[in-house]
Design a protein around this ligand. Structure first.
Ligand code: HSE
Length: 424
């Protein structure tokens, strides 16, 4: 197969941009060179000659010798403008900007068709794990049933370091920042938004679903408190931030981001530090597991490099699942959750379908029980930053038929209360 030479216009020279520069220098076999780098900050000292830089985006976008724009900037709206103009000018585009892609998925799909240009973004999800291309190419006929993963490196790093080194959350966050794992707005990581943007991209390639960020529930690690951290340690669990998309028996797909207690039997239990792990399940292959570094300069640059190489072979995503199945998301399912709260009657037991454990103490109360997801995300207590909600180790998402279950409750048999203190 013939291979075209790639001349790159690079936007951004932060952690990943510099990583790409270094990685390309060490990959002489790939016929790709960076023609010019566009940056925003005039005063920032640069580790390579200033001759390589410009502050004018059209120097890259209008340069006919540049056939690929690699966009690695922080600002999602500025990134979208750059990507739009690059596509209009007939250039292939590589991006790592998950927020920009999740926010503009539909427009980006349309533009790829309209301008007949490739747009690749492997680095936007799980950095070094080649998950998008696998979803796109490998899981084609043996269709996916579920995809579940730790898809955010910085929160996994924070959770690991706080529990293993007994350092504070602030110290762990600072360390993650120094290593270049954290978004410039750390709330995107710790509140589960970054994981949600990645989940939106994965949903497209796994199930052909295009969804807006506001329609998918995300809860990060920001509400975790001493009680649940202590409980995890006592029970031999770890807490992981999980992004999940799963086809239920009624052919609806469920998707959300939430923290979960995981037990040692879970594959996610040993995915620590900045590592990401993604488990796929298909009808025939059963379960498979991908693991790799989920953030940082070189792991992310390696995915960008792979996209550049793929472009040299004229590769583009075909979005095969969009034409294979017509699936949509639903919040009509139930899950088992652990809910920790401060004030005695703040979380009514009547909101649950069944309860397996209730605990009250001076340092907080908790309920473990099965609840309708749609109901949970609309409850006023679930919006309270003082209320922590985690999936139990075996949270078993099940289709939730409101009417039948509400009828059970009104007959007084829907709520089961035990005091076993052994959830999971
Ligand atoms: N902030 C992101 C993370 C970077 O921690 O996973 C990689 O996408």
């Amino acid at each position: 197969m013939s291979r075209q030479e790639i001349t790159i216009g690079l936007f951004g020279f932060g952690v990943v941009g510099k990583g790409l520069w270094d990685v390309l220098e060490q990959t002489p076999g790939l016929k790709a060179n960076i023609r010019k780098i566009c940056v925003k900050n005039h005063d920032k000292p640069r580790p390579i000659s200033t001759d390589h830089f410009t502050f004018e985006k059209n120097d890259l976008l209008d340069d006919k010798s540049i056939n690929v724009i690699v966009e690695l900037i922080d600002d999602p709206e500025a990134a979208f403008e750059i990507v739009t103009k690059a596509m209009q000018n007939g250039k292939g585009v590589v991006s790592a900007n998950k927020k920009m892609i999740a926010d503009h998925l539909e427009e980006l799909l349309e533009m790829q068709k309209k301008y007949e240009v490739p747009f690749l973004y492997e680095a936007s999800c799980c950095a070094s794990i080649p998950i998008i291309r696998n979803l796109e190419e490998y899981y084609d006929n043996d269709l996916l049933v579920s995809l579940e993963g730790i898809v955010n490196g910085s929160t996994n790093y924070i959770l690991t370091r706080t529990s293993e080194d007994k350092i504070s959350y602030e110290q762990a966050l600072q360390l993650a920042r120094e290593k270049g794992y954290v978004e410039s707005n750390p709330a995107l990581d710790v509140e589960g938004f970054d994981a949600k943007y990645k989940l939106i991209i994965l949903l497209l390639h796994a199930f052909g679903i295009v969804e807006q960020p506001e329609n998918i529930f995300n809860l990060g690690i920001q509400r975790l408190g001493a009680l649940e951290l202590r409980l995890a340690a006592e029970k031999g669990y770890k807490i992981k931030l999980i992004a999940l998309a799963r086809k239920l028996e009624n052919d609806k797909v469920i998707a959300f981001v939430m923290p979960q207690f995981v037990n040692p039997a879970s594959r996610f239990y040993t995915v620590d530090d900045v590592f990401n792990g993604v488990q796929t399940e298909t009808s025939f292959a059963d379960k498979q597991f991908f693991i790799g570094r989920g953030a940082g300069a070189f792991p992310t640059a390696s995915a960008v490099l792979s996209d550049i190489s793929a472009l040299s072979y004229n590769y583009r995503y075909e979005y095969k699942k969009m034409s294979q199945e017509s699936l949509s998301l639903s919040n009509d399912f139930s899950i088992e959750v652990f809910v920790r709260f401060q004030h005695k009657d703040e979380v009514p037991t009547s909101d649950f379908i069944s309860i397996t454990e209730k605990y009250r103490s001076a340092d907080g109360h908790y309920i473990v029980g099965r609840i309708g997801f749609d109901k949970m995300i609309k409850c006023s207590w679930a919006q309270n930053p003082g209320v922590s909600i985690l999936l139990t180790p075996a949270f078993n998402a099940e289709p939730y038929l409101h009417k039948e279950q509400d009828a059970l409750k009104s007959e007084g048999v829907g709520i089961r209360i035990q005091d076993t203190k052994s959830f999971g």
